[in-house]
Design a binder for this molecule. Sequence first.
Ligand code: ADP
Ligand code: MG
Length: 571
Amino acid sequence: MEHDGIDRSVLVQNHDVHRLEGRDAQTDNFAAAKALSDVIASTLGPKGLDKLLVTSDGTVVVTNDGASIVDRMEIVHPAARSVVDVASKQDSRVGDGTTSTIVLTGALLTEAESLLESGLHQTSVARGYSLAAERATETLRQRTVPIDSDDEEQLRSIAETAITGKWNQQASEFLAEKTVSAVRAIQRDRTVELRRLTRKAIPGGSYYDSEVVDGLVIDMESSSTTAVSPEPGPLDAFNSATVALVDDQLTIETVSGQGAVSLESPDDLQTLRTYERDIYERYVDRIVDTGADVVFCQKSIDDMVRYLLAREGVLAVERTRQDELEKLGRATGAHAVGTVDDLTESDVGRAQRIDQRDLGPTEVIVVDGGPGVEQASLVLRGGTQQVADEAKRVVDGCFHVLSHAIEDSIVVPGGGATEVSLASDLRSYAASVSGREQLAIEAFADALEAIPRQLASSGGMDPIDTIVELRASHDDGEFATGLVFEGESGTIDDVRERGVLEPFAVKARTISGAAEAANLLVRVDDVVATSGKETGEEAEHDHDHGPGACRKRRGVPLGGRALDGALRPVP
Ligand code: ADP
Ligand code: MG
């Protein structure tokens, strides 16, 4: 290991430092990454099994979603971490294909290991893998199937392919349908701006209570928003309501540093009251003059103003979040004004209906702008917060998948068909490559078939017979023959006709991501880690960012200290 002229023993001066070199480092890295792949592999596909995750605070989550599992595992082995990082990137960029990326990486490493054992140099393996990934991506372009971005049935098939296996078939179909309607509500030609889509996970009820609203659903629990009804009790629904948005407070501003007003006589108090009342009446007149039925205010509203507004039959909603004000603008066509004095009739918008609802333990205000508005919401329900959150997470991925499918208007065959087709092309391409890289390209082809093999074995089909049959069909030029699972049984068929379709972007990233992750580990021949310090814990980020925003959270400890080699099961 001194080929670059550096005596690396100087790197290890401290007894607290663990170091592994050469084949030891590789074996250790490969073992860790493959252990991760083995844990995840059985969840692949519609017949994949669920994992029960127990978090350190005792919360139990049952899921089948690869992205969700790796996000919740506390993986300390650096090699396994690097695979997870690539797979998480997959999830945040394209919303699907995390499990496939990890399974493919595991298969590439298994192949790499035997190539290295048989004497191939690691640079030849890495180069061969890069060539294979490039070639596969080019070929993938020729295997695409055009779709009509307005064909809802096709879009539903794509959504179902992305989410089947996450729930029972009926629930998957139902949620795929809701996801498609939500995306269709904001789709304009071939563009889908996902920021126009609000997703809320609200506990209580069942999946089948999930609904799409053409407008905005404001969760009164999670924000400190409050609505003040003109009448005591729950507020009435407003049909065809006029909406005003005020990005300010409706109280009298206190000059900072001047905490108190000194009043010398009862007259002073009277003067102050009159002064206040004049200002508040001015606010209320301004709002009432615009014909508003409901006013959403970003900050607080003084009791007197609420009272005066209520007397005029206007509903006041205070402390509406800034981002929600923007969304309300898109849902109703209203313009938020910086101060109520600027409010004019041209700033108000319209909603088809505004009402307050109790969804289980959560109170929400539903602002339904009617068809054609620029903002839609999907409210996901589930027995508990965890169940609803899990549904939201899977649906978030599905939104990404649909937006890629709509914007690119091309998909590729799923159910392992594309992998078999690319493998067959890579084998003939390998023959044209001179040098040892040829072996690595063939190995890449074999690794791709790990996907249909895993799909078959999860579905109770014989993996070897299945691969043989798929290869035979592809040799006859049928590039879309793959596995189709519907109901209990799996069959071999043309997956285009059966609607098992995935966006091109997802598949392309799966291949390049797995090649990148595998090569990273193939090239490493030296691992140095300090044992004294554990890696810093990641803070929990789980704000309501847009769909697919990068999520990281602490989760179940799955491994021991760094360089432990293999992952241990959840204690
Ligand atoms: P990932 O995290 O990689 O998306 P999934 O568990 O979602 O993993 O499985 C995706 C795989 O399942 C893809 O290869 C996809 O083509 C396949 N698949 C999805 N639905 C079906 C189906 N009905 N029949 C056969 N294969 C399917
Ligand atoms: Mg998926």
